[in-house]
Design a protein around this ligand. Sequence first.
Ligand SMILES: C[S@@+](CC[C@H](N)C(=O)[O-])C[C@H]1O[C@@H](n2cnc3c(N)ncnc32)[C@H](O)[C@@H]1O
Length: 390
Amino acid sequence: MASFAFHAISLRSSFLPPTSSLAVTFSSSSSPLASPCVVRFPILSSLQSTAEDRKRTGVNWGCDPQSIEKGSLLQDWLMKEGLAKQKLVLDRVDSGGRGLVATQSLRQGERLLFVPSGLLITADSEWGCAETGRIIKEAGLPEWPMLAIFLISEASREESSRWFPYFATLPKTPSSILQWTEEEVNTWLTASPVREKALECIRDVTETYRDLRATIFLKHPEVFPSQVYTLAAFKWAFGILFSRLVRLPSVGKLALVPWADMLNHSPQVDSFLDFDQNNAKSVVTVTDRAYQSGEQVFISYGKRSSGELFLAYGFIPSELNVHDSVELEMEIDSDDPSFEAKLRAANEQGLSSPQRFPVRKDGFPAQLLAYARLIASRTSDPAQLSRIDC
Ligand SMILES: C[S@@+](CC[C@H](N)C(=O)[O-])C[C@H]1O[C@@H](n2cnc3c(N)ncnc32)[C@H](O)[C@@H]1O
C-alpha cells in the first residue's frame, strides 16, 4: 500500500546525489534552442501572490494554503480530464487547513478517488516545454530534482501549462522545513532531536540547487531564466514534493496525484494510496472505517513519528501519535562485580551495554523491562542471569 512517502530523513540517500558526482553525471550539452519556450515572470493573474508571500517564499505560484476558492475549479478540471464522480469535496477542516470531506456516508472498505493515470505527474510526464524536458532528460537527473524542475517549468508557464488549474490550488508556501532559515531552525529547534536533520535537509536541497545551476541552468539561460529558476522556486518545488509526492507501491512509481494530495494524515488511520492496475486503472484508497457525511476523510502518510512528519510535512499531529518514541539508553554498571556475567547474559540475547530501547507513548518493548531486571539483579550466578529473559 502506498503512503505519502517522503521526508527529509530518507531523502538524502534516495534522491540527493553527492555534490561532486552530480557535476560529472550531468550532460554539458549546450545545443542551441529549437524553440525556446515562453517563460513569463512575474506571473500574473489568479496565481499572483501578496507582497508578503513573495518576501517569504520568493515564488508567485499557488495560493494561500488555507484557500478553497479554487477547489471547485480544480474538481471541474479534473473531471473534464477523466476523474470519476466524487463522494468527497475540498473544504476547510480543523486538522490540516483544507482537506477532503465526505459528501455522503461512507462505509468501511469503500473505494474512493479513482484518479486516472493521465492525471498523475511522474518522471514520465510530458513536458509542456519540450526543450526543457529534453535537456533535463539528457542530464539523467534523479527523479526528485527532475520533478522539482518539472514543477517550476510548468508553474512558470501559467495558463499555457496543462497543469495550471492544479498549480492554482497548490500552497504558495508549502509547510516544509525548507521554508525555514538555518537561524530559525537553530532558534526554534534548539532542543529538538530533529534539529540536525532539519539543517542537513536545508543544506542538501540548497547544494543540489547550486549544482544544477552550475551544470545546467547557467548553460541554458534562455530555457532556465535566472529570475525563474531561483533557490526560492527550487525550495518551493521541493516543499511541494516533500509534502505531496507519493510512492505507488503496486507500480513502483513516484507520483504527484492531484486531488488525492488534498487528503490529510491521521496517525490513527490505516488507509493508503495505491494504483489499482486491475479494474479501476487509477489511484484509489480504501476507507479503514465508516465516515458520516460532512466528516473529513483521512489517509496515512506512513508510520511516522511526529518529528518525521514535522520535517517533511510541517505539522505535528494533534492526536496521539503511536509512532512517537524516545530512545532510552541503559547500561550495566561497569563497577558492578557481576558486570562480566551480566554482559555475557545480555550478549546471549543479542543485547549489549550500553543498549538503546524505543519508549513510545503507548508503551515500551518487553526487552527493556527484562534488561532493567538484569541490570538490577543481585546474583552473579551466570545460570540465573541467563534465565532473565530479555
Ligand atoms: C498532502 S497535503 C494535504 C492537503 C493540504 N491540507 C492542502 O491544503 O493542500 C499535506 C499537507 O497537509 C497538511 N496536513 C496534513 N495532515 C495534517 C494534520 N493531521 N494536521 C495538520 N496539517 C496536516 C500539512 O501542511 C501537510 O504538509
